[in-house]
Design a protein around this ligand. Structure first.
Ligand SMILES: [Zn+2]
Length: 198
């Protein structure tokens, strides 16, 4: 969707699927700092000013978006007050979400974060089975493959998920929410507040 340090060519109003916003270090390690679904204008941060974004964004679960040239949206953003108000509300929401995820990445266990992450993905795609490789899950959680395998097998042993051939299926949503860290209800509240904002 966009690359670090570059102004995007297009703006995407997502209508389905999941995009991940990640930071990649020079040695190639990746950690996810945000996750976007049908609520998102992917390039909203870029609209605010000239600071180059250090993140990269890519589709992770196939989806659709309405799309327009970024420069045109930037022009409308400057002229159209209702659109600007909406974008600012969305960006504020994303700032709250990103800081919670930053704390979560540092403070909570891989198992808790995996549960939190799977629930966030499922809140945005209505499918039961999520196509996710262990390598990819590791990137999303900023964890080693062995840590991811351990966390996945703990969740699987509890009957919360089924993980087979790169597909994660959520079997018990209620208990998966109990296995997730306290960040999940907060992050879910942030997603809900976007839709209730006037
Ligand atoms: Zn957390």
């Amino acid at each position: 969707m966009y690359e670090p340090q570059e102004m995007p060519q297009y703006a995407h109003f997502m209508t389905s699927g999941i995009a991940s916003v990640v930071v990649e270090t020079p040695d190639g390690a990746i950690a996810e700092v945000n996750l976007l679904g049908h609520e998102a204008l992917v390039e909203s941060m870029h609209l605010l000013g000239p600071t180059p974004m250090l993140t990269r964004c890519f589709m992770q679960v196939e989806g659709t978006a309405l799309c327009m040239p970024f420069k045109e949206l930037r022009q409308i953003f400057l002229q159209c007050e209702p659109l600007r108000r909406w974008v600012l509300q969305f960006v504020q929401n994303q700032a709250a979400l990103t800081s919670q995820i930053a704390a979560c990445n540092r403070l909570h266990s891989a198992e808790e974060r995996m549960a939190r992450w799977l629930l966030m993905v499922q809140d945005r795609v209505e499918s039961k089975g999520l196509p996710l490789t262990q390598e990819f899950l590791g990137q999303m959680l900023g964890a080693r493959r062995s840590t991811v395998a351990l966390a996945a097998s703990a969740l699987q042993a509890g009957g919360l998920i089924k993980y087979r051939r790169g597909i994660v299926e959520i079997l018990d949503r209620e208990n998966l929410a109990l296995a997730a860290c306290d960040c999940y209800p907060l992050l879910k509240g942030l997603l809900r507040s976007l839709y209730s904002a006037a």
